[in-house]
Ligand binder design. Structure first.
Ligand code: TXA
Ligand code: MG
Length: 337
């Protein structure tokens, strides 16, 4: 029965999972693999027919380009038309890790990967399973997050199974994702480096590594530079709001104004923790950006599974370390549901 789900918690199981994933990928199949950010739905990036299967399984619009994952500098260089100084600086500081660099693509990358564009997003992930699979394949892997289009990204193998089910032949279970939100995407193909999608590697770290300031915000040219930047992208089924409160009464009155019953409300808090019995559920995530990112999507998945109607997330600190998380919450909050 599809999907096959393979564990990796011993050396022998790890090797067997790599073996099986590589065999399927070489045969032009798609495979869901763990990365340190979120699970990815992978295919041979050099094989357009294999990449087409990713779009089909996700229901992904053809205009949304896919990130290419590599496991060496040589492989990264193979994917791009040229490797600028800025890419070298960022790679040296942040690879392997949750950073995707958008660069002019090489002729080896098929149009379907870049949605017809002439740039490609390249990332060297740090998850050992993903690295082992790419190295053994000998070709880079195109991989978007392993969820149906517009759903929240999966941070566990079980999230992948629930979202993609039998649309994928194999899911490798590499444990819960350690970063928890998608990689930072930086455009290095324009005149000035620019963040297209904020993430856990934030603006201040990038600027420090580049020795240059980044340009902020989305393209002003009107072109769809990074479709993941569309407001309605990472959305749970429930309505999500971000609120600030200093007392239980203040929280209650805000939710009364939104016209929800307390039994339908799931609160995710980090500092001002409301009483459990006032709400359907109160989840506490530590007031630490890395811990918060790691836990957030699993909480949102749980809210959906358990039928919460309103998810209330306590407002986040306004500083660079939290910006990637704030971005995902803003998108989830912008979605109609
Ligand atoms: O952490 C991640 O980035 C995960 C893991 C699996 O690596 N992948 C991921 O892929 O989040 P996806 O497809 O869900 O999001 C990729 C984002 C999208 O916003 C896409 O538009 C943007 O990267 N992107 C990819 N290639 C691009 C390109 N050539 N130019 C501009 N944006 C690009
Ligand atoms: Mg995605």
């Amino acid at each position: 029965m599809r999907p096959e789900i393979l564990p990796t918690h011993t050396a022998a199981l790890f090797d067997a999972a790599v073996e099986r994933a590589v065999a399927l990928l070489r045969a032009g199949e798609i495979v869901a693999l763990p990365t340190e950010t979120v699970y990815g739905l992978s295919a041979n990036a050099f094989d357009p027919a294999a990449v087409e299967k990713i779009y089909q399984a996700k229901g992904r619009p053809a205009h949304n380009p896919i990130i290419v994952h590599v496991a060496s500098y040589a492989m990264a260089v193979e994917c791009v038309a040229h490797w600028p100084e800025s890419a070298q600086k960022l790679a040296k500081s942040f690879w392997p890790g949750p950073l995707t660099m958008v660069l002019p693509k090489s002729a080896r990358i098929p149009q379907i990967v870049t949605a017809g564009g002439n740039t490609v997003g390249v990332r060297w992930p740090s998850h050992p399973l993903m690295q082992a699979v790419i190295a053994k394949c000998g070709f880079p892997l195109a991989a978007p997050s392993a969820n149906r289009s517009n759903e929240i990204s999966p941070t566990t193998a079980e999230h992948v199974r629930k979202s993609l089910g039998d649309a994928v032949p194999l899911i490798v279970d590499g444990g819960a994702a350690n970063v928890g939100i998608e990689s930072t995407v930086v455009d290095l193909a324009s005149e000035r480096p620019r963040i297209l999608r904020p993430g856990m590697i934030h603006e201040e770290s990038l600027s420090a590594a580049l020795g240059d300031l980044l340009v902020n915000g989305e393209s002003s040219g009107g072109a769809l530079r990074s479709p993941g930047m569309l407001p309605k992208h990472y959305a749970p089924k429930a309505k999500l709001v971000v609120l600030d409160w200093n007392s239980a009464e203040q929280l209650r009155s805000q939710i009364r104004d939104l016209k929800y019953q307390s039994a339908d409300v799931w609160v995710i808090a980090h500092t001002e923790i409301p009483l459990q019995h006032d709400w359907r559920q109160v989840s506490v995530i530590p007031h630490d950006a890395e811990a918060f990112a790691r836990a957030l999507y699993a909480e949102l998945h749980r809210c959906d599974e358990e039928g919460a109607k309103l998810i209330v997330v306590e407002a986040l600190p306004d500083d660079a370390a939290w910006r990637g998380i704030a971005d995902r919450l803003a998108r989830a909050a912008a979605a109609e549901s």
